[in-house]
Design a protein around this ligand. Structure first.
Ligand SMILES: Cc1ncc(COP(=O)(O)O)c(C=O)c1O
Length: 390
């Protein structure tokens, strides 16, 4: 390469190009997420099945096959109903539960806004309750403590699996028995950890989740009647005839989404290990940073598509800024909690000190299935520096 003539001679030696030409390029920014769906060749056999059957939506063999395969992940008797996305699945399940219109649904504010949107879309009202500061999830004992208002005004409870973690399902089943209130689990990010259908649960199949079809979700439940009613909700209220049995909508998944889901399930055993491996590498790289706390079991017992860590109280925004300055993208996935979103400012709420503390002390670090050692080492080094500086 010809050197620019304007360079002062003393910057040029016979062996070395000028510093301006050899200086290492700044490392590329590390994105907070890099979703990866099944490649075209893995989907192709299922697309060919669709071509042959000439059946493109309305519960063809591919989508029903996907539902069957997902149901096999649970004890016999589990029913899976696919829906256009998890937000719709939550809304339609609440509708199918036939709850008193306008009633309160107890839910954490510490969740993605979809949970609250689903409640309102079902004609109900969110009632934000604080989460446990260790698990980041609603605790049945906290909800029981709302009695007697609970008995008078709540019509259901939605515990949320924080970033894919599993709450104590046995405790929630006891809660349901004790209070008589329906419980619907928002397990949007918990495809991996969820293996029990004794409480109805909704999982997201969005492209950003560990197992995605693009846009999609499902309800899993051992309650065949509830599954049937949700199916009616997704398909104009039809069941076996052109008579619309209930007021409903169209929220089906097509055969094409089913094809992607089949390919994703084929890859899941290996993909799961790759997510776990990336998680383990990140945990090991951050062993020297005791201020960084992982969710219990994250990357070891269960996996998910995000890595949200706990940081020293109140430090999340400052750490995020330091990481951004060094090209490491982060995300406050749940912002300040739903109660701080404009759409939900008027919603009923209890005191939310744990939620507010989590909003200020947790941060989503970059995490994806094919993170490499260099990226992980860089994230750890930058985070270590950011915490040291704080
Ligand atoms: C807790 C929670 N609930 C619901 C949803 C909505 O899922 P979907 O995008 O499939 O509608 C999400 C999405 O990330 C979520 O995190």
């Amino acid at each position: 390469m010809a050197l620019p003539r304007a360079l002062p001679l003393d910057t040029v030696t016979p062996d070395a190009a000028p510093a301006s030409l050899t200086a290492p390029k700044p490392a590329a920014a590390i994105a907070v997420a890099r979703p990866r769906m099944p490649p075209a060749e893995a989907i192709l056999p299922y697309l060919q099945q669709i071509d042959e059957a000439r059946w493109y939506s309305n519960f063809g063999a591919v989508l029903l096959g996907l539902e069957r395969r997902i149901a096999e992940r649970f004890a016999p008797g589990a029913q899976v109903v696919t829906v256009a996305n998890a937000t719709q699945a939550l809304t339609l399940t609440l509708k199918a539960m036939d709850l008193k219109p306008g009633g309160y649904v107890v839910m954490p504010s510490w969740t993605f806004v979809a949970t609250a949107h689903a409640v309102i879309a079902a004609g109900l009202k969110p009632w934000f309750v604080d989460v446990d500061s260790k698990t980041w999830m609603l605790d049945p004992a906290t909800v029981i403590a709302l009695s007697p208002e609970l008995a008078r005004e709540a019509v259901a409870v939605i515990p949320v699996c924080a970033f894919g973690a599993m709450p104590d399902l046995a405790a929630w089943r006891s809660f349901r028995e004790f209070t008589g209130l329906p419980v619907l689990l928002d397990a949007a990010a918990a495809f991996d950890a969820l293996d029990d259908a004794r409480l109805p649960a909704v999982v997201s199949l969005h492209a950003t989740k560990v197992l995605g079809v693009g846009e999609g979700g499902f309800l899993v439940t051992d309650d065949a009647d509830l599954a049937h009613r949700v199916r009616l909700q997704t398909n104009f209220g039809f069941h076996g005839s052109r008579d619309s049995q209930v007021a409903a909508t169209n929220s089906k998944l097509s055969e094409y989404a089913g094809a992607v889901g089949m390919a994703a399930l084929d890859a899941w055993p290996v993909d799961r290990l790759r997510f776990l491996r990336a998680g383990q590498m990140l945990r090991i790289a951050l062993m020297g940073c005791p201020e960084v706390r992982f969710q219990e079991g994250w990357g070891a017992d269960w996996t998910t598509s995000v890595c949200t860590v706990g940081l020293p109280p109140g430090s999340a925004a400052q750490v995020a800024q330091s990481l951004r300055a060094e090209g490491v993208d982060t995300r406050a996935w749940w912002g300040g909690g739903c109660h701080t979103s404009t759409a939900f400012l008027d919603c009923r709420r209890e005191a939310l000190p744990a939620t507010e503390a989590l909003a200020a002390s947790t941060l989503g670090l970059p995490f994806f299935i094919d993170m490499d050692g260099d990226e992980i080492a860089r994230i750890a080094a930058v985070l270590d520096r950011a915490l040291g500086a704080g």
